[in-house]
Design a binder for this molecule. Sequence first.
Ligand code: TYM
Length: 323
Amino acid sequence: MRILSGIQPSGALHIGNYLGAIRQYVALQDADDAYYFVADLHALTSVRDAALLRQYVSDVLIDLLALGLDPERAVLFVQSDVPETVELSWLLTSVTPMGWLEKCVSYKEKVQQGLPAEHGLFAYPVLQAADILLYDADLVPVGRDQKQHLEITRDVAERFNNVYGKKKPVFRLPEPYILDSVAVVPGLDGRKMSKSYGNTIEIFDEPAAIRKKVKKFVTDSTPVEAPKDPDADPLFGLFKLFAAKADVAEVERRYREGGIGYGEVKTRLGEALVATFAEARERRAEWVAHPERVAAVRAAGAEKARATARAVLDRARAACGLG
Ligand code: TYM
């Protein structure tokens, strides 16, 4: 079973990335053949400053290592270190109907948010399909916002197989791996946590900054004494994902009975977050102090990823008559 997933270096990682994706990356690296990468080619659609992109790529690599990805167990690499990706992307583009991309929600949303309607943004899902198909991935751990991209990946793979692989399919069809409880992690305003909504809590902010940010969580004006429905409250939803079981049970009971204020929940959530990432913060400092180790991980990952990618690309090239 091959696992693969990617994450964009378009700013500091937030706890939505962690719960929705990275925690599953770490869990799956033990049992399986896993490939994880920093999607810098995708980030070109939004980051237009070369020095900043370099910095983000390096930060995300370090963050992933600090959060528990082990380069001995998983292949950790940078997307653009495998140029085969771009070549496969063109082979796939050539069989992708425009209509499939036109219906993509994330393209429409990004243009609505003010990103220019450029071809890279439009073709983004085809590049993502290339990322996935290039490694014969079976399972792709992601948050729910990537579900449509996974559907397109499967559709494109099937189409390519239909056009070129009648006798023997060229591509393996991947499945998304989305955990319901963390499929959409809420941000400070209760909407999906996302950089583009400005409602994120960054994993590696300083503890004081994390505590302060959590205080900004938007809540209603229900008084402390009044009973509250924990299931309808995104603040509790987040607390539940980070706090210890006994604390969750206690807070849940007090929500239902009345007698707990949002201020207390925010403070406790802040503490739970700081505690959850304390060890990772220490590990992060170690990696930051040893950039040569990060560079070695990156180079070894690129080599392993390219070897796998080359074989699949050659299969696809042969199927469509190139070379
Ligand atoms: P990106 O960089 O936006 O997000 C990385 C991962 O974090 C998940 N995620 C969330 N999950 C739950 N709740 C949230 N609030 C939340 N916010 C983010 C995302 O679902 C994702 O799994 N297009 C991808 C990157 C990519 C990729 C790939 C992923 C490029 N190629 C191939 C998988 C396979 C993206 O922009 O993710």
